[in-house]
Each structure stands twice: as structure tokens, then as C-alpha cells.
Write a protein that binds this ligand. Structure first.
Ligand code: FEO
Length: 395
């Protein structure tokens, strides 16, 4: 496997081909934990890996340079998929100083007993010379953790961007030009929609900081390294952080005895009839992962959300979906609620309140069906589907 980024700069991370659930994030293509080694007069390692794979990481570093010759270990943020190996790494690298920002030091102290750790706090704009190369530090708070920072090597225009611009994608290839670009950008979108999206304002501020840097390579802490398609991924981050949407509509629903499903199907028929060029997606939430729903939500303009009622509540998986979406704080979508019910329309009313609380513009009043949708209710659903497509097209 080719691991060299640039002369004397190597990838020393680990590929987790088999992971399918990354703290609830569905990862059908696996994941990587990227760590990097810079060999110079002083040797530096950027980030570590998940604790489970510490041995692989130490072996990768040791294959390039003796561990007691590591002078610096940089922690770009304290989340455990990158910082989890720090305790063992610091033991194995007895001459390494840990470089991190003040917030990161504080957070590491909440995860580990850091007493006696050789920590040097670095500040934005500060530089550490390795000899021929320099490390510079850029704080990027809440992209996506409070202590997040980038490490930049000005001599190469190389940005170690931590989770930003990353993707969960296991592959033996290390560079963007060695992988299908469409698939790569899709996985970057999945990552953004499920991890980064609540922090759009901070992403925009980070992109402004990035503009001041001459960047020729972006090495994130997950997935492939950007060396050819940097403008594309920066443009995507710009759009996603600004909440740019496409002519795209989602129909999310959960159903008990197919009545809400019948309504959803009629909404779909109305949308397809009104504008077949709108990308309308039909998502039965009990058959679709949260990760996928969030991914499709990122660029959607209009959403129909349907739930039957069970025990005076919306359906449990719809509650899980809306709870997940609430935390992700997507830019507002034009939306409406629908659903069937028996003796009380609690489910659809809860969905409608959720739309209100999210401050999403309501396309129309909720559509309710008692037990089975009548022909009149189905006609209303068809008309709502037409409105949905038109609302999605307007953006
Ligand atoms: Fe990949 Fe925020 O850790």
C-alpha cells in the first residue's frame, strides 16, 4: 500500500474495513482513521487512531522512524477515534511533546488522567519548526468539536484538517484522484450531513480562515486525501454550510396498516405528476437508516412527513427520526404533516408541532385520515404532492 503524501510525509493510520456502525452513523463502506508522520530534524506525528487499532498505528510509525525519535505528537481534537491511542502512544514515544490547544488540553483531562503528560499548549498563529518544515495551528472551534484545530505545513501547502472534509470510506487508495469522484463527494456529503451540519456558521468562518492559506493538499482524519479536487470539496462545504438546496423533495413516513403508506404513495404520485424533474424520494423510515435520511435531507427543499398514531403518539421510528433531525439543525425546509389515525390524531399532530418547533415553513395544514383514507383524502394527498414538488422546484 502506498502511504507517502510528500517526501518524508507518510500516512500512518488504520483502515477499518469492517465497521458498519460508527456511533450510530451507518458506514457501509467502512472507515479509516488517518494519522500522519512528518520526518524532519524533529519528527512529528499528527493525530493517533481509535484505541482498538493502536498497535497498527505504532507499528506503522515505527516502520518509518524509531518511536523514541518522535519529538511531537499533535492532537487536532480530542474525540476518541483520534485521541484514544494517546495514553499508549505517549508511553511508546517517551521523547514526544504533545501539542494541542488549551481547550483540547482541558478535554483530554476529562477523558484521561493527563497528570505528567508532556503537553505544550499551542495558540492560533503559533508555529513550531521541525527543521525544513513548520507546523502552524489554526483553531476551528465547533468544526466539529469545541477544541477542533487544523495543523498547517506552509512549506507544502498541506492542511491536516481533522474531521473537516473527511469521509467514512475504507479503501487502499489514499488520494482523491485514485477513487471515483462522485462516490467520494457522496461520502463527504454523508459525513457533512451527519456530523458537521449543525455547525454551518462555524464552517463558514473556517472556510474564511482557509482562504488565507495556500492549500495544495488537504489531509483529513477520515477517508481520502484531497490533492486534485480541492476546489470541488471546498465548494461543496461552502454550499452545505450555507444551506443551499436543490429541487428535491422527501416523503418520510411510517405506517401501521398501510393507510399512511397509501397517503404517502398518493403524495408521491402528485409530486411526480406535477414535476417529474424534481428529485422526489419516498422513504419508509422503518426501512431507511437515520444516516441515509439525514444525507438526503441536507439538500432537500421540501418535505412531507407522515405518521400513523400508536398509543397516542407518533410511530416510534418516526420519533427517532425527528429527534435525530432536530439535533442536526438543518436549514429550514418547506414541510407538511400527514397520517392516518384511529380514535385520535395524535401522531400527525405531533409531527405538525415538530415542524412548527423546527421553524420550518408549513406548506399546508396537516392531512388526516381516519382509519383508511377516503377518496377525498387521497385527492387531498395528490394535490399536496403537487404542491410539494412545486415548492421544491422554486428553490
Ligand atoms: Fe473523527 Fe471528531 O472525530
Amino acid at each position: 500500500m502506498f502511504t507517502g503524501l510528500l517526501p518524508n510525509i507518510d500516512w500512518v493510520g488504520h483502515i477499518d474495513w469492517s465497521i458498519r456502525d460508527f456511533h450510530s452513523y451507518e458506514t457501509p463502506r467502512g472507515a479509516t482513521y488517518n494519522a500522519y508522520l512528518i520526518r524532519d530534524e524533529n519528527n512529528a506525528v499528527i493525530d493517533t487512531v481509535k484505541f482498538d487499532f493502536c498497535d497498527y498505528f505504532l507499528r506503522n510509525v515505527a516502520a518509518k522512524v524509531p518511536l523514541d525519535k518522535i519529538d511531537y505528537l499533535v492532537c487536532n481534537h480530542s474525540e476518541l477515534d483520534h485521541a484514544g491511542s494517546l495514553p499508549l502512544a505517549l508511553k511508546a514515544m517517551p521523547n514526544a511533546t504533545l501539542l494541542c490547544n488549551a481547550k483540547c488540553r482541558e478535554m483530554l483531562g476529562l477523558y484521561f488522567d493527563t497528570t505528567g503528560w508532556p503537553i505544550r499548549v499551542v495558540t492560533p498563529g503559533e508555529t513550531v519548526s521541525l527543521g525544513k518544515r513548520t507546523l502552524a495551528f489554526v483553531d476551528t472551534p465547533m468544526v466539529h468539536w469545541p477544541d477542533s484545530m487544523f495543523t498547517y505545513v506552509p512549506e507544502d501547502g498541506l492542511l491536516f484538517s481533522m474531521d473537516a472534509f473527511g469521509q467514512h470510506l475504507a479503501t487502499a487508495a489514499r488520494f482523491d484522484d485514485l477513487h471515483d469522484l462522485h462516490e467520494l463527494l457522496f461520502e463527504a456529503k454523508v459525513y457533512y450531513a451527519n456530523i458537521v451540519v449543525p455547525y454551518g456558521r462555524q464552517v463558514r468562518s473556517t472556510l474564511e480562515k482557509a482562504k488565507t492559506l495556500d492549500i495544495t493538499m488537504i489531509a483529513p482524519s477520515h477517508g481520502l486525501i484531497w490533492r486534485k479536487h480541492i476546489p470541488e470539496i471546498l465548494a461543496k462545504y461552502r454550499d452545505w454550510s450555507e444551506g443551499v438546496t436543490l429541487p428535491k423533495a422527501l416523503i418520510l413516513f411510517d405506517t401501521m396498516w398501510h393507510s399512511t403508506e397509501m397517503m404517502a404513495e398518493e403524495i408521491l404520485r402528485g409530486a411526480e405528476t406535477a414535476d417529474p424533474e424534481v428529485d422526489t424520494q419516498f422513504m419508509y423510515v422503518r426501512k431507511t437508516s437515520l444516516t441515509r435520511i439525514a444525507t438526503e435531507m441536507l439538500e432537500a427543499s421540501a418535505v412531507a412527513i407522515g405518521s400513523a398514531t400508536i398509543n397516542m403518539q407518533m410511530m416510534p421510528q418516526m420519533a427517532a427520526v425527528l429527534n435525530y433531525l432536530k439535533g442536526l439543525k438543518f436549514a429550514p425546509k418547506t414541510a407538511f404533516a400527514f397520517g392516518s389515525h384511529g380514535w385520535a390524531a395524535a401522531g400527525v399532530e405531533q409531527v405538525d408541532r415538530w415542524i412548527d418547533e423546527a421553524a420550518w415553513p408549513r406548506l399546508r395544514q396537516p392531512i388526516k385520515a381516519k382509519y383508511r383514507p377516503t377518496a377525498e383524502v387521497l385527492a387531498e394527498c395528490f394535490e399536496a404532492g403537487q404542491q410539494l414538488a412545486l415548492a421544491a422546484r422554486k428553490t
